[in-house]
Design a binder for this molecule. Structure first.
Ligand code: DQA
Length: 150
């Protein structure tokens, strides 16, 4: 079974109460439950992990104990060359996910250091974005049921 690691970056542990008009009202526990359920349906082994620490994200990426990484680097998206370089060094496929559409928010959110080293980016679909990312992962990693559009 392909292994997908899902990393949630800083402040995403506050989902549910954090700016619900921007990020929705689901908690991270609820989102993780949906991720695990969708992964099971797709025949993917998914591990989820949240941290507020940039170095813990770099360490998790470097461990390379996954076939594909789904990451919402949160605010580090816009600042972290260290996370960008870790992704580049490990060389596994990466899907960048954002709950909000970062391209229609403040100017400082429109630039992602991660986008250049990601396979693709999903932004603006709320928690559904993680499920879309899992479907994309299934396509990238192959081995799922025959997809009608691949
Ligand atoms: C975010 C967007 C970032 O700009 C922000 O710092 C976050 C969450 C999103 O999921 O929409 O914390 O990554």
């Amino acid at each position: 079974m392909p292994r997908v690691k899902v990393i949630h970056g800083p402040n995403l542990n506050m989902l549910g109460t954090r700016e619900p008009e921007v990020y929705g009202s689901k908690t991270l526990t609820e989102i993780d439950r949906c991720i695990k359920a969708e992964a099971r349906t797709l025949g993917i082994e998914a591990e989820t992990f949240q941290t507020n620490s940039e170095s813990a994200i770099v360490d998790a990426i470097q461990r390379a104990d996954y076939d594909l990484l789904i990451i919402n680097p949160a605010a580090y998206t816009h600042t972290s060359i260290a996370i960008r370089d870790a992704i580049s060094a490990v060389g596994k496929p990466v899907i960048e996910v954002h709950l909000s559409n970062i391209h229609k928010r403040e100017k400082f959110r429109r630039h992602s250091f991660i986008a250049q080293v990601a396979t693709g980016q999903i932004s603006g679909f709320g928690p559904e974005g993680y499920l879309l990312a899992l479907r994309a992962a299934r396509g990238i990693l192959g081995g799922g049921e025959k997809e009608p559009c691949n």
